[in-house]
Write a protein that binds this ligand. Sequence first.
Ligand code: HEM
Ligand code: HEM
Length: 213
Amino acid sequence: MTAKVPSDLPNAGEANQVRVWDRFVRIFHWTVVAGFFAAYFTDGDFLDLHIWAGYTVGALVLIRIVWGFAGPRHARFSDFLCGPFRALRYVFDLATGRAARHLGHSPAGGLMVMVLLVGLLGASWTGYQHYISDDHSGGMAWSNFLISSAHAHGEEIHGQPAAEVEFWGQAHGWLADLLLTLAVLHLGGVALASLAHKENLVRAMVTGRKRRE
Ligand code: HEM
Ligand code: HEM
């Protein structure tokens, strides 16, 4: 006899699925991806867009941190935060084909998520510092942004860079490049884990659902 599918679920496929990523996590992720690449590839040329993309990413990460304490089970840091040894162990198990499947982030995935969140916040913060370090009025970057054109800011920023401007500029550029490297590793990890557990993790980040077991 075949098992009965509950009547509120349209088909057997969905009956075997469980919701893992809530709506906020999914919107957060794809907006951060768009914001990160928009910021990365626009720096001096489209400074207005660059700054707003960077602020959006920074603000979203701050909300994600609150969500890491207040959100549903798999969004919580307590669900996936672990030390580097557990993460390394998982990578080793993945390489030798013995890694256990995790419904939420795996130990290595979770550690990478934490590093990415800190890095993204750092990129927004150093970008903001770089921006205001060249602002002699001491005002907020966004208020100057509203009253001046991007071109004028570009001239100011490229004008006579003080040591401080240079420091923040270098820290900002370095962090952005580090993040790009981490994002490539992140993608590699997603691909490997998808293959190892025979599931499409990218699709799960779109639909929010994964197979039950
Ligand atoms: C995820 C966030 C961000 C990323 C990935 C990012 C990335 C970058 C990159 C790759 C550069 C070029 C660095 C170089 O040439 O060495 C840059 C420059 C810059 N960024 Fe950001 N940035 C972000 C956020 C911000 C924010 C929030 C601000 C300001 C509030 C900002 C202000 C600047 C400024 C003023 C420059 C220098 C532009 C120039 O010299 O022409 N960035 N950023
Ligand atoms: C197109 C490129 C990308 C794809 C396909 C992708 C895919 C994914 C997937 C599948 C997950 C869930 C991993 C799991 O199942 O444990 C994830 C999580 C995450 N990714 Fe990406 N990613 C991309 C780019 C990026 C970039 C560029 C960043 C930031 C620089 C980023 C930051 C994150 C973060 C912070 C999480 C954790 C989400 C949360 O728990 O809130 N991703 N990504």
